[in-house]
Design a protein around this ligand. Structure first.
Ligand SMILES: [Fe+2]
Length: 258
């Protein structure tokens, strides 16, 4: 049996983040609140999917409002493309936001430029140019991977807006803590399989209303199989310490709600 991730409250989540690096908090949001957030995001995807179907994965950006951030591979829309996104983030309880300064050791903020709505598709629904995320550390953002390159402190709020992990793509987590930047060669499928066999990785089953917290150093990738049937939509909200790392220079930040 693969390892299972226990359902945690905010206090236990902090301990989990300091240990294995992942914490699943189910039913973190009221059903009406997550429904409102989901409706706002899905309305944007209704428009984006038409653009992708008509224009193609890479050319869809031309039909989006000027300034919209779009990443073709995971059908990603910048968080700030969601109408009312600042208020919508208020559904996350203050107890969960407060985990960030406790974990990262000081004042923190949401980095809007690296916060996204994303989609992942099972293989039969995926278009050319779309792809799952390979094994990575979110704290590697902006790293050169040259000698001396380091991880960036970060806490990711991964918010499923659909079921994720069983019928629709989810997240696969490696529970072995990684305090340092892992070289890219070690993340290649064959090398990673030897060091971190997939049978021992965690693939949590998640539902709207829950949140998966991911500490920046910890390895994960998209969990997707050929027999999955549906599209997964989710939000990734990245919280970083202030002052901003030079690797985040010029990014827009938002004060943590609550
Ligand atoms: Fe990630």
């Amino acid at each position: 049996m693969p390892p299972a991730l226990p359902a945690l409250d905010a206090v236990a989540a902090l301990a989990a983040l300091r240990g294995p690096g992942f914490a699943h908090v189910p039913r973190a949001f009221a059903p009406a609140d997550i429904a409102t957030l989901t409706a706002s995001v899905m309305a944007e995807y209704d428009r984006l999917e038409v653009l992708i179907a008509n224009e193609g994965v890479d050319r869809a950006a031309a039909g989006l409002p000027p300034g919209t951030r779009y990443q073709p591979a995971a059908a990603s829309l910048g968080l700030d493309a969601i109408p009312g996104w600042r208020d919508l983030l208020g559904i996350v309880p203050a107890t969960l936001w407060r985990l960030a300064p406790e974990l990262l050791g000081g004042e923190c903020a949401i980095d809007v430029d690296i916060s996204w709505a994303r989609r992942q598709y099972p293989p039969h629904l995926r278009r050319a140019g779309q792809a799952p995320h390979m094994l990575h550390q979110d704290g590697a953002y902006g790293a050169t991977f040259a000698p001396g390159s380091t991880l960036m402190p970060m806490l990711v709020f991964w918010i499923p807006l659909t079921e994720a992990g069983i019928e629709r793509p989810g997240i696969e987590c490696i529970l072995e803590p990684q305090p340092e930047l892992v070289p890219l060669a070690a993340l290649a499928d064959a090398a990673a399989e030897v060091r971190w066999p997939t049978a021992k990785r965690l693939r949590p089953s998640m539902a709207p209303g829950g949140v998966l917290l991911i500490a920046g150093p910890h390895l994960h990738r998209t969990h997707v199989t050929a027999d999955m049937t549906g599209i997964r939509t989710s939000l990734e909200v990245r919280v970083v310490p202030l002052p901003l790392s030079p690797r985040l220079a010029g990014h827009t930040t938002m004060t943590l709600p609550g």
